[in-house]
Design a protein around this ligand. Structure first.
Ligand SMILES: Cc1cc2nc3c(=O)[nH]c(=O)nc-3n(C[C@H](O)[C@H](O)[C@H](O)COP(=O)(O)OP(=O)(O)OC[C@H]3O[C@@H](n4cnc5c(N)ncnc54)[C@H](O)[C@@H]3O)c2cc1C
Length: 505
């Protein structure tokens, strides 16, 4: 392979995370020439680089609200034995309605192969260092590399950098985290352990139900590769053991309980367990300190697991995040700022371009505890209904020539707490690519586009822009049937009895 890059593109996507991948694919699908610029040597952003475990739901309840290119990506992953597809969480509290486990190496491969197949270019190992502008309009980007810098012209630039780097360089306004507290959600240094006897871990959870804040069996709603495990679970707790280990001086980390979930492969357990709090992740010096904090916590938690938790006696750490997982940094100021009320009340907007569905999930920025009542700690707030993300949240107040994507779109810290997981982010990514692709080819600004054209194109690509009641009813009936069949065959369950019973009434 000998890729040549052009000097000018219709659309340049800054950042190749879940948002950037979807933005790139959608832009290409509209017919726009597209370049993704990514500072790492692979795609996936936090999903691969920070060693995430599952893709959180595309669903509200059983209704699949993220569809189109994000689902095409899941299908490709499933085809190459790289994903379980969406597994239904019987108890969605703490983890969301569905979880789709994936192999991170397959994720990198599939994302890249899809972009290349669609005719897109990818420039790896290139860090955006400047934005080219004429007056208020962005006209290109400059990327710094090991061999100096290179400038590319673009009709539209999509900022999918997570932190909103391109928008900030271009002079856009922003807030960091929650301006009332001056804090953003904590990060987590993620890791996995292998050679774990996962059945014994499951049995421990089963035998010690009161030791867990939440826990759930996960149910397949379709077949997937028989090379992968066929039973997955998630739980947060081990509180007694944590307390004991902390008292003995054997454990020191930012939480009072440990979240465990299966890794996708046999014998592996994934840990979203550390809490790296109090750092400004947009500040490289503070972020450097956070890496060291996270690594020390990984060492402490993994040794705790080996010493205290049944099933981990012969386990070892197989992978740690290359970069601390950063949940939240800057929110760029757009033509509209999505609020907690919009999200919580399930508000709809005429200029919808994607849909949100995940509870407001804020990890405690101040302390070790899990979800608490009130605004001082972390929270998990269920939504009344799905909500709409209007196109205005993806268009910066200034400058022109730019579309926002992924976690830096215009929303409050609380609203971000909902749309921030991969499903929501991929839906936003898809929409941003359609907006940019259409604008670039029409020679207009994102603020000038007729949203109807964007919606029509999204529907053509298979996206769910509005609820389809008939489809929703079918999905609910199918999920119920799958739960009955699957759980009917199991001899034990860690899911709360009253939740399980609902399926067998
Ligand atoms: C600890 C943690 C746990 C999580 N757990 C889950 C989970 O279980 N399930 C789930 O669905 N979601 C989870 N998420 C959320 C998920 O990671 C995000 O939804 C998603 O990664 C956000 O995608 P993004 O593309 O907006 O940003 P990112 O993933 O941050 O991607 C941004 C990309 O831009 C690149 N980039 C940044 N700046 C530049 C620059 N200046 N020049 C060039 N490239 C640049 C980066 O290298 C990166 O590839 C978790 C997040 C964290 C941090």
């Amino acid at each position: 392979m000998n890729m040549k890059l052009k000097d000018n593109y219709d659309v340049i996507v800054v950042g190749g995370g879940p948002a950037g991948i979807m933005a790139g694919l959608a832009s290409l699908k509209t017919g726009a020439s597209t370049l993704i610029i990514e500072r790492n040597g692979f795609l996936g952003g936090a999903a691969t680089n920070s060693v995430l475990g599952p893709i959180s739901p595309f669903h509200f309840g059983d209704e699949q609200v993220i569809n189109g290119i994000p689902q095409d990506f899941m299908e490709e992953l499933i085809k190459v034995h790289g994903s379980t597809g969406h597994l239904k969480a019987l108890d969605p509290y703490g983890s969301g309605a569905y979880l789709g486990f994936y192999d991170r190496e397959k994720y990198k491969y599939v994302a890249e192969a899809m972009i290349v197949k669609a005719g897109g270019d990818i420039f790896y190992h290139a860090f955006i260092s400047d934005i080219e502008k004429k007056g208020n309009k962005v006209t290109g980007v400059t990327a710094i590399t090991k061999s100096g810098s290179r400038t590319f012209g673009a009709k539209i630039v999509i900022d999918a950098s997570g932190d909103g780097d391109a928008a900030v360089m271009a002079g856009a306004g922003y807030v960091y985290g929650n301006p009332e507290t001056g804090r953003a959600q904590p990060g987590s240094s993620m890791f996995e352990m292998v050679n774990v006897d996962t059945d014994r871990v499951y049995d421990y959870i089963y035998e010690n139900p009161d030791d867990f804040e939440w826990k759930s069996d996960l149910i397949p709603i379709r077949e997937y590769s028989n090379r992968l495990k066929q039973h997955y679970f998630v739980a947060q707790g081990f509180k007694k053991l944590v307390k004991q280990a902390v008292a003995a001086g054997d454990l020191c980390f930012g939480r009072d309980s440990v979240i465990v979930l299966n890794g996708i492969h046999y014998g592996s357990i994934h840990f979203n367990a550390t809490r790296v709090s109090g750092y400004n992740f947009a500040d490289p010096i503070e972020k450097s300190s956070s890496e060291m904090d996270g690594r020390r916590q990984i060492e402490s938690v993994s040794e705790f697991m080996i010493k205290y938790v049944p099933g981990f006696e012969n386990a070892y750490v197989s992978v740690t995040s290359n970069e601390v997982g950063v949940r939240e940094t800057r929110h760029i100021k757009g033509l509209y700022t999505l609020t907690a009320a919009d999200v919580g009340e399930g508000r709809k907007f005429d200029d919808v371009v994607s849909r949100g569905y995940f509870p407001i999930d804020i990890h405690n920025p101040n302390g070790a505890t899990g979800y608490t009542k009130g605004s001082n700690g972390g929270c998990w707030v269920d939504l009344k209904d799905t909500y709409d993300i209007p196109i205005r949240c993806l268009i910066p107040e200034k400058p022109d020539g730019m579309v926002l994507s992924g976690r830096c779109i215009s929303g409050t810290s609380e609203a971000h707490g909902s749309y921030r997981t991969q499903g929501g982010i991929m839906g936003i990514g898809q929409a941003s690519g359609v907006i940019a692709g259409l604008c670039a080819q029409k020679g207009i600004e994102p603020r000038e586009i007729d949203v109807k054209e964007v919606q029509d194109k999204l529907v053509e690509f298979g996206a769910s822009v509005w609820r389809n009641e008939e489809k929703k009813a079918k999905e609910e009936a199918h999920a119920k049937k799958c739960v009955r069949e699957y759980m009917g065959k199991r001899d034990k369950s860690i899911t709360k009895k009253e939740i399980l019973e609902q399926y067998f009434e």
